[in-house]
Design a binder for this molecule. Structure first.
Ligand SMILES: [Ca+2]
Length: 109
């Protein structure tokens, strides 16, 4: 089973989580600090599969809300505004969910 720490450095994950723990979540900042933005397509596909908790092939809004908890079980949930902004940034075909190609494009943007 793939884990986040098999793809990302755990110190970088901790730093990225600390940045948004008590302050607003900015997905671009999180992608940069966690190291996600520098990962290969293969590695990003592995991360996508973790985020797609029900293995539907898409990250839906309820999964996106719990995004941070994939990096640490006790991380906070995203609030409604953060979740909406995150979804809008990733959902380029406007079907209300994020597919793997959309995810890779968003992370590397
Ligand atoms: Ca899903």
């Amino acid at each position: 089973m793939t884990t986040m720490t098999s793809v990302l450095n755990s110190g970088d994950i901790d730093k990225a989580l600390a940045e948004c723990a008590g302050s607003p979540f900015h997905f671009k900042t999180f992608f940069a600090t966690s190291g996600l933005s520098k990962k290969s397509d293969v590695e990003l596909a592995k991360v996508f599969n973790i985020l797609d908790q029900d293995q539907s092939g898409f990250i839906e809004e309820d999964e996106l809300k719990l995004f941070l908890q994939n990096f640490h079980g006790k991380a906070r949930e995203l609030n409604a505004a953060e979740t909406t902004a995150f979804m809008d940034a990733g959902d380029s075909d406007h079907d209300g969910k994020i597919g793997v190609e959309e995810f890779k494009t968003m992370v590397k943007a």
